[in-house]
Design a protein around this ligand. Structure first.
Ligand SMILES: [Zn+2]
Length: 170
Protein backbone atom coordinates (compact mmCIF):
# COMPACT_ATOMS: atom_id res chain seq x y z
CA UNK A 1 0.00 0.00 0.00
CA UNK A 2 1.38 3.42 -0.90
CA UNK A 3 1.08 6.59 1.14
CA UNK A 4 -1.24 7.86 -1.56
CA UNK A 5 -3.64 5.00 -0.82
CA UNK A 6 -3.05 5.12 2.90
CA UNK A 7 -4.21 8.72 3.25
CA UNK A 8 -6.74 8.78 0.41
CA UNK A 9 -9.59 8.94 2.91
CA UNK A 10 -8.07 11.87 4.71
CA UNK A 11 -7.34 13.72 1.48
CA UNK A 12 -11.06 13.63 0.81
CA UNK A 13 -11.35 16.30 3.50
CA UNK A 14 -9.10 18.60 1.47
CA UNK A 15 -11.29 18.08 -1.56
CA UNK A 16 -14.37 18.94 0.51
CA UNK A 17 -12.63 22.05 1.88
CA UNK A 18 -11.66 23.02 -1.65
CA UNK A 19 -15.29 23.05 -2.73
CA UNK A 20 -16.19 25.36 0.16
CA UNK A 21 -13.23 27.64 -0.63
CA UNK A 22 -14.27 27.91 -4.25
CA UNK A 23 -17.77 28.99 -3.25
CA UNK A 24 -16.23 31.61 -0.94
CA UNK A 25 -14.21 32.98 -3.89
CA UNK A 26 -10.82 31.83 -2.60
CA UNK A 27 -8.08 30.53 -4.93
CA UNK A 28 -8.32 26.78 -4.41
CA UNK A 29 -5.14 26.14 -6.39
CA UNK A 30 -3.17 26.40 -3.15
CA UNK A 31 -3.70 23.67 -0.56
CA UNK A 32 -2.61 25.89 2.35
CA UNK A 33 -5.01 28.66 1.33
CA UNK A 34 -7.76 26.02 1.24
CA UNK A 35 -6.78 24.87 4.73
CA UNK A 36 -6.69 28.50 5.92
CA UNK A 37 -10.26 28.86 4.64
CA UNK A 38 -11.43 25.59 6.21
CA UNK A 39 -12.60 27.10 9.51
CA UNK A 40 -11.54 26.62 13.13
CA UNK A 41 -9.18 23.80 14.21
CA UNK A 42 -10.72 20.33 14.01
CA UNK A 43 -9.70 16.76 13.37
CA UNK A 44 -11.54 17.05 10.04
CA UNK A 45 -9.36 19.86 8.64
CA UNK A 46 -6.25 18.66 10.59
CA UNK A 47 -5.59 22.23 11.81
CA UNK A 48 -4.19 21.87 15.33
CA UNK A 49 -4.01 25.57 16.15
CA UNK A 50 -4.98 28.72 14.36
CA UNK A 51 -4.26 32.38 15.02
CA UNK A 52 -4.92 35.51 13.02
CA UNK A 53 -1.59 35.33 11.13
CA UNK A 54 -0.41 31.72 11.46
CA UNK A 55 -1.81 28.20 11.67
CA UNK A 56 -0.38 24.78 12.48
CA UNK A 57 -1.67 21.81 10.48
CA UNK A 58 -0.73 18.13 10.39
CA UNK A 59 1.26 17.11 7.33
CA UNK A 60 -0.94 14.87 5.16
CA UNK A 61 2.26 13.03 4.16
CA UNK A 62 4.10 12.80 7.48
CA UNK A 63 7.71 11.70 7.92
CA UNK A 64 6.73 10.73 11.46
CA UNK A 65 3.63 10.78 13.66
CA UNK A 66 3.09 14.32 14.89
CA UNK A 67 4.66 16.02 11.85
CA UNK A 68 3.33 19.60 11.90
CA UNK A 69 3.46 22.32 9.27
CA UNK A 70 3.50 25.92 10.50
CA UNK A 71 1.97 28.13 7.85
CA UNK A 72 1.38 31.89 7.48
CA UNK A 73 -2.34 32.45 6.79
CA UNK A 74 -1.46 34.90 4.01
CA UNK A 75 -0.42 33.39 0.67
CA UNK A 76 3.29 34.13 0.20
CA UNK A 77 6.26 32.07 -0.93
CA UNK A 78 9.41 33.58 0.59
CA UNK A 79 10.70 34.71 3.97
CA UNK A 80 11.26 38.29 2.79
CA UNK A 81 7.55 38.69 2.00
CA UNK A 82 6.65 38.22 5.67
CA UNK A 83 5.71 41.35 7.62
CA UNK A 84 7.49 41.79 10.96
CA UNK A 85 4.31 40.68 12.75
CA UNK A 86 3.91 37.60 10.55
CA UNK A 87 7.56 36.69 10.98
CA UNK A 88 7.35 36.95 14.78
CA UNK A 89 4.09 35.00 14.89
CA UNK A 90 5.45 32.28 12.59
CA UNK A 91 8.37 31.71 14.94
CA UNK A 92 6.22 31.91 18.08
CA UNK A 93 3.87 29.29 16.60
CA UNK A 94 6.88 27.13 15.67
CA UNK A 95 8.09 27.38 19.27
CA UNK A 96 4.65 26.26 20.50
CA UNK A 97 4.56 23.44 17.95
CA UNK A 98 7.91 22.18 19.29
CA UNK A 99 6.52 22.40 22.82
CA UNK A 100 3.37 20.46 21.86
CA UNK A 101 5.35 17.77 20.01
CA UNK A 102 7.64 17.42 23.00
CA UNK A 103 4.74 16.99 25.42
CA UNK A 104 2.71 14.70 23.15
CA UNK A 105 5.49 12.38 21.97
CA UNK A 106 8.45 12.84 24.32
CA UNK A 107 10.89 12.43 21.37
CA UNK A 108 14.68 12.19 21.58
CA UNK A 109 14.96 15.23 19.31
CA UNK A 110 13.11 17.45 16.84
CA UNK A 111 13.63 18.60 13.28
CA UNK A 112 12.51 22.17 12.61
CA UNK A 113 13.09 23.80 9.27
CA UNK A 114 11.96 24.94 5.85
CA UNK A 115 12.49 23.76 2.31
CA UNK A 116 12.49 26.95 0.22
CA UNK A 117 11.85 26.23 -3.45
CA UNK A 118 11.32 22.95 -5.26
CA UNK A 119 15.07 22.38 -5.67
CA UNK A 120 15.34 22.35 -1.87
CA UNK A 121 12.62 19.73 -1.61
CA UNK A 122 9.51 21.86 -1.08
CA UNK A 123 6.37 19.94 -2.08
CA UNK A 124 4.31 23.13 -2.09
CA UNK A 125 6.80 25.94 -2.91
CA UNK A 126 4.14 28.58 -3.60
CA UNK A 127 3.02 28.91 0.04
CA UNK A 128 5.71 29.23 2.72
CA UNK A 129 5.61 26.66 5.54
CA UNK A 130 7.92 25.38 8.26
CA UNK A 131 8.19 21.73 9.32
CA UNK A 132 8.36 20.55 12.92
CA UNK A 133 8.56 16.85 13.67
CA UNK A 134 9.68 14.51 16.41
CA UNK A 135 12.78 12.33 15.98
CA UNK A 136 13.98 9.27 17.81
CA UNK A 137 17.46 7.83 18.11
CA UNK A 138 17.96 5.35 15.29
CA UNK A 139 15.00 6.41 13.09
CA UNK A 140 15.51 7.03 9.37
CA UNK A 141 16.97 10.30 8.13
CA UNK A 142 14.39 13.04 7.58
CA UNK A 143 16.05 14.58 4.54
CA UNK A 144 16.68 11.37 2.60
CA UNK A 145 13.57 9.35 3.48
CA UNK A 146 11.37 11.15 0.99
CA UNK A 147 9.69 8.47 -1.12
CA UNK A 148 7.89 5.18 -1.04
CA UNK A 149 6.05 3.44 1.73
CA UNK A 150 6.59 4.52 5.31
CA UNK A 151 5.11 2.99 8.41
CA UNK A 152 3.13 5.65 10.23
CA UNK A 153 2.16 4.03 13.53
CA UNK A 154 -0.63 6.46 14.33
CA UNK A 155 -3.64 7.77 12.38
CA UNK A 156 -3.84 11.48 11.55
CA UNK A 157 -6.97 12.00 13.70
CA UNK A 158 -5.09 10.44 16.64
CA UNK A 159 -2.08 12.71 15.99
CA UNK A 160 -4.44 15.69 15.84
CA UNK A 161 -5.91 14.75 19.20
CA UNK A 162 -2.47 14.32 20.77
CA UNK A 163 -1.13 17.65 19.53
CA UNK A 164 -4.32 19.62 20.07
CA UNK A 165 -4.38 18.45 23.70
CA UNK A 166 -0.67 19.26 24.16
CA UNK A 167 -0.73 22.71 22.51
CA UNK A 168 0.45 25.29 25.08
CA UNK A 169 -2.02 27.92 26.28
CA UNK A 170 -1.74 31.43 24.77
ZN1 LIG B 1 -1.63 29.84 -0.44
Amino acid sequence: MTLEQLWAGWRHEYVTAAGAAEKAGIDDGCVFCRIAAAGPPSADNAVVWRGELTLAVLNAYPYASGHLLIVPVRHLSSLDELTAAESADLWETTRKAADAIGRAYDPDGLNIGANLGRAAGAGIPRHLHLHALPRWSGDTNFMTAVAGVRVIPESLPRSWEQLHDAWPPA
